[in-house]
Design a protein around this ligand. Structure first.
Ligand code: SF4
Length: 360
């Protein structure tokens, strides 16, 4: 989505815009502790789009909320690091979070109605963001609000700026939410299933809009979705999540052409159009488990068509899939694929022992 911007921006910065390392977020209930995000690591460079993909319950949205400091009771971030432009966020005070949210990271949710206040006009909501984050007021704020509505493709913006959210269609509302997000001029936009509630034509328009805005504003985008078709459309790099963990990471073309983890293979096999005519669409039987304890096995094993004995007693670490594929990793005992399987299993066992020692 962003070859040119990525190429130009990464040269001049020492570290990624966002760097998430071994992030752990848990929810503490009377009955159990749910490890919703369990050791997630990834980064996002300026101007690129990184996808987080997986089924419902895989931990995608909790990852996003952890990055935004929006995890609510009984949940909290219990370990790891989130750095924005080199600055650690996990120990932020609420006041510091408010500064980050909106002005440096903005979020677009699936349901635009939940993001817009029904009792204020769309224009007033954009102007409020402009006042808080850019200090704009009066006619300067109104002009900027109209300009932002025009940027997100809302026709007749001078009139629509005075309308309420219920007077907008679903697609227009999502455009308005994006305008509110842009009002803060963020470096990172987190989009959590932003097109899931929209029909296919409008979805394509919103994806196109995000692409245009990314180029114009040099935005980094973290795109959360369960839809591999959308991933193919918008992402530069992809992280596949399962039961709180990232189980595969690769460049988008590499992931689609050479998926390695059996779960990713299953997700891709379920995309209409990728199967031969007359062939049935693949499905992944079963559901994503809720992780309630530290993994001592592969959490995908009960659903995996390639599972073998060791999968039930060794937790796979994230490793390069082969010697010459440093940037393509999978958390599966079948990898690295260029070493004998027993040796690969030993490597995972060693990596897990190191992880346990580190976490003590
Ligand atoms: S570790 Fe085993 S169960 Fe898990 S994905 Fe790989 S082959 Fe399947």
């Amino acid at each position: 989505m962003s070859e040119s911007t990525t190429a130009t921006t990464t040269e001049s910065y020492d570290e990624p815009l966002l760097s998430v390392e071994n992030l752990q977020t848990a929810f503490f209930t009377e009955k159990e502790t749910i490890r919703a995000v369990d050791g997630v690591s990834f980064d996002i460079e300026r101007g690129e789009t990184v996808g987080i993909v997986g089924e419902s319950g895989s931990g995608k949205s909790v990852t996003a909320r952890s990055i935004m400091g929006l995890v609510e009771d009984p949940g909290r971030v219990v370990g790891g690091s989130v750095r924005l432009d080199g600055e650690e966020l996990t120990d932020n005070t609420e006041e510091e979070w408010q500064d980050v949210r909106g002005s440096r990271i903005a979020m677009v949710f699936q349901d635009p109605l939940s993001s817009l206040n029904p009792v204020y006009t769309v224009g007033n909501q954009i102007k409020e963001a402009l006042r808080i984050h850019r200090g704009l007021r009066g006619s300067a704020a109104t002009e900027k609000a109209i300009d932002l509505l025009e940027q997100v493709g809302i026709p007749d913006a001078p009139r629509r700026v005075k309308e309420y959210p219920h007077e907008f269609s679903g697609g227009m509302r999502q455009r308005a939410v994006i305008a509110v997000a842009l009002a803060c001029d963020p470096d990172l936009l987190i989009c959590d299933e932003p097109t899931t509630a929209l029909d296919v034509t409008i979805q394509a328009q919103i994806l196109e809009l995000l692409e245009e805005l990314q180029t114009e504003h040099d935005l980094a985008i973290m795109f959360i979705t369960h839809d591999m078709g959308v991933v193919a459309e918008v992402c530069d790099r992809v992280n596949v999540m399962y039961a709180g963990e990232i189980i595969e990471h690769a460049d988008v073309v590499e992931l689609f052409e050479h998926p390695k983890h059996p779960y990713t293979e299953g997700l891709l096999g379920a995309i209409p159009g990728r199967t031969e005519a007359g062939e049935r669409l693949a499905t992944i039987e079963g559901e994503v488990p809720t992780p309630t304890s530290q993994a001592t096995d592969c959490r995908f094993a009960p659903r995996c068509p390639k599972a073998f004995d060791d999968c039930r007693s060794v937790h796979p670490a994230s490793v390069p899939v082969s010697d010459d594929a440093e940037d393509h990793t999978a958390a599966c005992l079948l990898y690295p694929e260029d070493v004998p399987q027993e040796e690969a299993v030993e490597l995972h066992r060693d990596r897990e022992s190191e992880r346990e020692v580190d976490s003590q």
